[in-house]
Design a protein around this ligand. Sequence first.
Ligand SMILES: Cc1cc2nc3c(=O)[nH]c(=O)nc-3n(C[C@H](O)[C@H](O)[C@H](O)COP(=O)(O)OP(=O)(O)OC[C@H]3O[C@@H](n4cnc5c(N)ncnc54)[C@H](O)[C@@H]3O)c2cc1C
Length: 466
Amino acid sequence: MLAKRVIRLIEDIVGAENVTSAASDMLCYSYDATQQKFLPDVVIFPENAEQISLIMKMANVENIPVFPRGAGSGFSGGSLPIKGGVVLVTSRMDRILKIDEENLVATVQPGVVTEQFQQAVEKVGLFYPPDPASLKFSTLGGNAAECAGGPRCVKYGVTKDYIIGLEVVTPQGDIIKTGGATMKGVVGYDLTKLMVGCEGTLGIITKLTIKLLPLPEAKKTMLVMFDSIDGAARAVSAIIRGKIIPTTLEFMDSATIECVRKATDLELPEQAQAVLIIEVDGDSDMIEKQAKRILEIIQPLGVVATQIATTPEESEDIWKVRRSVSASLRNVNPDKFNEDICVPRSRVPDMIRKVNAIAEKYQIPIVNFGHAGDGNIHVNIMIDKNVTGQSEKAEHAIEEVFAGALELGGTMSGEHGVGNTKAPYIPMELDPAAVAYMKTIKQALDPKNVLNPGKILLENAPKGLE
Ligand SMILES: Cc1cc2nc3c(=O)[nH]c(=O)nc-3n(C[C@H](O)[C@H](O)[C@H](O)COP(=O)(O)OP(=O)(O)OC[C@H]3O[C@@H](n4cnc5c(N)ncnc54)[C@H](O)[C@@H]3O)c2cc1C
């Protein structure tokens, strides 16, 4: 509970109409896409970097934690006010400031919604590839803080490959600029890269400079169904081995397909045990050739049916299937733990086999889908917490999934970040010297630990379900 005096200080900075501590509002900002809930004391909606700077200065004096928040769609608890305090929402900072068509660069505020930005640049023939499945609501600030990925990242790379400059409010309230609008720049440490992916623990992003590409001339979307999960997993490796990098190479297993059947009108044949959504883009001749070659490569691996979109609407229908997955999975079991391990692409079949063995061992449904083209698999452990023993089984299963990914040379998280949910598992992946290095950085920049405390680096945190 913040003192009235402190609330008044906050109101003086951002305006009383942009501050709320009403109980119903606190509830709205207490959760994200994990199943956790932490109530803030106050939620604020600043409109510029200067206000955020004053808020951070005040937070340091008063020792109040501040938690930056975009759309709150994170999958690892990054925006949650786990110690109460202030939730700082960027929804009023939602302007696209400039699209520079000569230099293929845009400048935006952090609260711009990802899809709205993509549509704005596409109108002038430009292209911003990172496309998290949450793009209809996630913000560019949240994408940068999490270094979001998405289906197209297999060919085009992730958010960090497009952010070339930032304006950031530091934990102590300074306003700094990192990088710039040039394609090259090596003066000083690369603070842009430090900020992108830091999950709002080292600074609050107030402006982003983003590199753009020319919009590809055409694309071709294919939904390919396989008679076995192993066939689909081997198809991913076979395509890459065939020296083709499609724009997307998305994967869904049979349990995911079942959920999609229930939640949508799309007809998927009964024999379909796994699906790949494969898209290629570029000039029209090239994509025809690539699509043909891909279909030849994967045909011997148990393809039972193929749908090829012939119009943008049909392509969008295929993508709707993929975007509906996350929400429709709850049909399997009410409690879903969505992990997003990433392994070297060639090890995807091995990882799927490991996950299936873990599901078998603990007798709990594990549903797999995701960005198989870059080895990033969303492993969803589906339980009913009300059934005795299931939570414990899920805890063991999660740890074994992480261990399995690490054994194959992979990582615990490809794109969802650490937040508070994966923080306890960090020692499984990072050596103590690397963790100490990171803690030194955090301590130096945020000595009072007021900016997004309790995320990424935790001391003696208990493992367990969020
Ligand atoms: C249905 C669904 C599908 C998803 N699909 C994908 C996917 O395909 N790929 C993917 O990568 N993720 C995916 N996500 C996860 C999530 O959408 C991404 O992590 C996204 O980048 C979060 O954006 P946000 O605006 O919601 O950020 P929030 O959830 O509000 O915040 C995320 C983190 O960013 C920090 N933050 C937010 N704004 C700022 C700022 N301006 N400055 C500093 N820090 C800030 C927060 O403190 C927090 O740590 C999905 C989520 C859902 C619910």
